[in-house]
Design a protein around this ligand. Structure first.
Ligand code: PEP
Length: 249
């Protein structure tokens, strides 16, 4: 049985006091016991977030990590550093990292490898740009993003991988993929996993949808049979909205 997961991506938002206040507000909310909940905070708040969420159902995730295990990479953060403060999950491949920090599929394959070798779980983000959707190449684009970054890994390693399909044209734009568009792509992703591995693996991987998910549209999107949850940007910065999305299952 795959898990329902709702993860918040705070991006580069909130200072230390605001971060603490948001976590304290989230802790007052009743969150569905059927849904795994995670927050991906800025790196500087991770240790505090781990302490503040201790004993709750809220997991803490990084937003990124470096592919090397240690060394002369000024400003970067390694998997073992994350693990040493109790962070066992990281986002990788977010479209903003691909666009602004030039993260390629090949680099992401290295990052995934390092994360998996360090026993971390990854939430791997991918999705097509608007022009790719308009030209009808979105299925091929998504297939190749998965193939290039993830298909070198053994089936056994996929228990540490969560997928997050995030059409770039729907991120932070207020534009959402329709529930039918999300379902169509998630079914495609499962068929690609079946072809590369097998149906049992394809059915076991949680596939999240991300892109302008709000309390008003979460229920319809989460009702799709191949949508196992959401990666939530803007709405994760508001405790009421984030809790409402978690409870939309
Ligand atoms: C995201 O950053 O992963 C995201 C989906 O953002 P938003 O919900 O704001 O579109």
């Amino acid at each position: 049985m795959r898990k329902h997961i709702v993860a918040g991506n705070w991006k580069m938002n909130l200072n230390a006091d605001e971060s603490q206040a948001l976590i304290e507000a989230l802790k007052t909310k009743k969150l569905s016991s059927d849904v795994r909940v995670a927050i991906a905070t800025p790196a500087v708040h991770l240790a505090a977030a781990v302490n503040l969420t201790s004993g709750t159902k809220i997991d803490v995730s990084a937003q990124n990590m470096h592919q090397a295990t240690s060394g002369a990479y000024t400003g970067e953060i390694s998997a073992s550093m994350l693990k040493s403060i109790g962070v066992n999950t990281t986002l990788l491949g977010h479209s903003e990292r691909r666009a602004y920090f030039h993260e390629t599929d090949a680099l992401l394959a290295e990052k995934v490898n390092t994360a998996l070798e360090n026993g971390m779980e990854i939430i791997f983000c991918f999705g097509e740009e608007l022009d790719e959707r308009k030209s009808g190449s979105h299925f091929d684009v998504v297939s190749s993003q998965l193939r290039n970054a993830l298909f070198n890994f053994d089936a056994s390693q996929w228990s540490q991988i969560v997928l997050a399909y995030e059409p770039v044209w729907a991120i932070g734009t207020g534009e959402t993929a329709s529930p039918a568009q999300a379902q169509e792509m998630h079914a495609h992703i499962r068929s690609v996993l079946t072809a590369q591995y097998d149906d049992a693996l394809a059915q076991s991987v949680s596939i999240l949808y991300g892109g302008s998910v709000k309390p008003a549209n979460a229920q319809e999107i989460f009702a799709q049979p191949d949508v196992d949850g959401g990666l939530i940007g803007g709405a994760s910065l508001n405790a009421d909205d984030f809790a409402a999305i978690v409870n939309a299952f």
